[in-house]
Design a binder for this molecule. Structure first.
Ligand code: ADP
Ligand code: MG
Length: 256
């Protein structure tokens, strides 16, 4: 790899909601082409961390660095905000999120859903975006659903549409927040297949998941979050085979 600058770097991030301290100094690095999985109990701060990474949430302390470019902040403490709007948009559009509940627009067709942000936010030419959108929908296996509405699709198809929508932004990294949690087991697999294909292509991804098999299969690095702190992290083989902390051992035995 010639490019050693990580796509996302988070350093000593602190995040509170009022007096509730949710992230208590978290560091995460996602090098280009790597998959980082975030695991941990409900309420440990996983979603908050992803949302802070792409600046959907403010944070009170610490750095968010995108491709070597540190976010500029204005204000301090609970008043700290990204200080440069253009930079915020650049970072947000380059870190595409895929949510547990798909979040497709119900009144738009699948093709329109995928085309919307590249056309309206990135101002890319419609014809070019349509070609790309159709190609991404083909890639995730639902090229025949372009004219359908979200409600006409299964959960697995809707999530694959949401992944195509994220890909159509041509982001530097994909952030997944429990992408399979809302799906029946038989539909989970079709989404996992797509995520594995993306990992094999060398996409940079951070994946929050409750699925330890998925984390073990696709990750270069796994981070176990406990009450807003990193309790343990490492390569998936070592981490899952030989957890060193009591908390991770307890978490893994409760999850499997
Ligand atoms: P996880 O994704 O690991 O389940 P979250 O990041 O969603 O955890 O939540 C971490 C903690 O922050 C929880 O205690 C949750 O109740 C709290 N929290 C999350 N979002 C908000 C919010 N918008 N306002 C207040 N508290 C929140
Ligand atoms: Mg969550």
């Amino acid at each position: 790899m010639t490019n050693s600058v990580p796509v996302i770097e988070i350093r000593d991030l602190h995040k509170s909601y009022g007096s509730l301290e949710v992230l208590k100094g978290v560091d995460i690095t996602a090098p280009a082409g790597h998959v980082v999985s975030l695991i941990g109990s409900s309420g440990s701060g996983k979603s908050t961390l992803l949302r802070c990474a792409n600046l959907l949430e403010d944070s009170q302390q610490g750095d968010v660095i995108f491709c070597g470019e540190a976010v500029t902040w204005k204000g301090t403490g609970l008043n700290r905000r990204p200080g440069d709007h253009a930079q915020m948009i650049r970072i947000r559009t380059n870190l595409s999120m895929v949510f547990q509940q798909f979040n497709l627009w119900a009144h738009m067709t699948i093709l329109q859903n995928v085309m919307e942000a590249p056309v309206t936010v990135l101002k890319r030419p419609k014809a070019e975006v349509e070609g790309a959108a159709r190609a991404y929908l083909d890639k995730v296996g639902i090229g025949d659903k372009c004219d359908a509405y979200p409600a006409q699709l299964s959960g697995g198809q809707q999530q694959r549409a949401a992944i195509a929508r994220a890909l159509c932004m041509e982001p530097k990294a994909l952030l997944f927040d429990e992408p399979t949690s809302a799906l029946d087991p038989e539909l989970e697999q079709e989404v996992i297949r797509v995520i594995k294909d993306l990992a094999a292509e060398g996409r940079t991804m951070i994946i929050v998941t409750h699925d330890m098999r998925l984390a073990a299969d696709v990750s270069d690095h796994v981070v176990f979050l406990h009450q807003g702190r990193i309790e343990e992290q490492g390569a998936p083989d070592a981490l899952f085979a030989n957890p060193t902390t009591e908390r991770l051992r307890g978490f893994l035995s409760a999850t499997v």
